[in-house]
Design a protein around this ligand. Structure first.
Ligand code: BV8
Length: 234
């Protein structure tokens, strides 16, 4: 069980050039994100939803997008405190891993994986996926969907997340607006378990008043400072 549980959201990847959810003003090709990132949206127009994720995957894999100082600070924290740090991210990018974090859980899935609804395999995905794509595992055509948790679907690993929250001493939320549940509710649970809670965000989130400590500013500034303070105390 980790002593420090860190929830991250789109804001930690903003300075790597990946637009946050709310910054895209919730629109994609004139569709509300909530309509595209749902099972109903995928059933209604799988091509549109594949395009939405193909565009984000291409951007993520472009040379311009690299882990930033906030991702690297969390990797430094984990290296300094082996076994003590657990990152649960709402993000579907791989920037935490590329920065060197190893104990990372993607509760909303991953952009670089597809899920075959014919054979249930998760397959690594670096290129575009479409309604005619063939599953590399079972050969079925048209059975691949993004390996992403959409609105109305159950986030991955809720049992693991609850166990980590139950035992943590410090809960930090970085770059998340507090819009989306169940992630936005983790701070209440951590507080009930007696953990110290801290929000690190560009601006006050919807849940900022639930945190014992708030550090406002860009993640590349406030996260390295926070990590330095944590390591100065050990
Ligand atoms: C669930 C997919 C049941 C992948 C995402 C009514 C009807 C139906 C459902 C609901 C409802 N009311 C509530 C719900 C539940 C629903 C929900 O919360 N809806 C919201 C919109 C009200 N939740 C669900 O459906 C979830 N499932 O509830 O199942 C259940 C639950 C538990 C146990 C059993 C059953 C599933 C939610 C997952 C949806 N999928 N993503 C993808 O396409 O990416 S959510 C999506 O939003 C992303 O994952 C994203 O990470 C997430 C949250 O957004 P944030 O990360 O917070 O990003 P945002 O842009 O909002 O904020 C960025 C923040 O960063 C801002 O505060 C900004 O100030 C800050 N920032 C910006 N720049 C910087 C910065 N901070 C620091 N430095 C910077 N430079």
């Amino acid at each position: 069980m980790a002593r420090i549980v860190i929830l991250t959201g789109a804001g930690i990847s903003a300075e790597s050039g990946i637009r946050t959810f709310r910054a895209v003003d919730g629109l994609w090709e004139e569709h509300r994100v909530e309509d595209v990132a749902t099972p109903e949206g995928f059933a209604a127009d799988p091509g549109l939803v594949h395009r939405f994720y193909n565009a984000r995957r291409r951007q993520l894999l472009s040379a311009e997008v690299q882990p930033n100082a906030a991702h690297r600070a969390l990797a430094r924290l984990e290296a300094a405190l082996p076994g003590e740090v657990f990152v649960v991210t709402q993000n579907i990018d791989d920037l935490h891993e590329r920065a060197g974090s190893t104990n990372v859980h993607h509760m909303h899935g991953r952009l670089l994986t597809s899920w075959c609804r014919a054979c249930d395999a998760r397959v690594p995905t670096m290129g575009d996926v479409g309604v005619d794509s063939v599953c590399p595992q079972c050969g079925v055509r048209g059975s691949l969907r993004p390996d992403v948790v959409w609105f109305g679907e159950i986030p991955y690993g809720m049992d693991v997340i609850e166990r980590e929250l139950r035992d943590c001493r410090i809960f930090a939320a970085i770059g998340t607006s507090g819009n989306v549940y169940p992630a936005a509710g983790f701070v209440q649970f951590a507080t009930a378990m007696g953990a110290h809670t801290v929000e690190l965000n560009l601006e006050a989130s919807l849940t900022h008043s639930l945190f014992r400590e708030v550090r406002q500013g860009p993640a590349t500034v406030v996260v390295p400072e926070w990590v330095d303070d944590i390591l100065a105390d050990v």
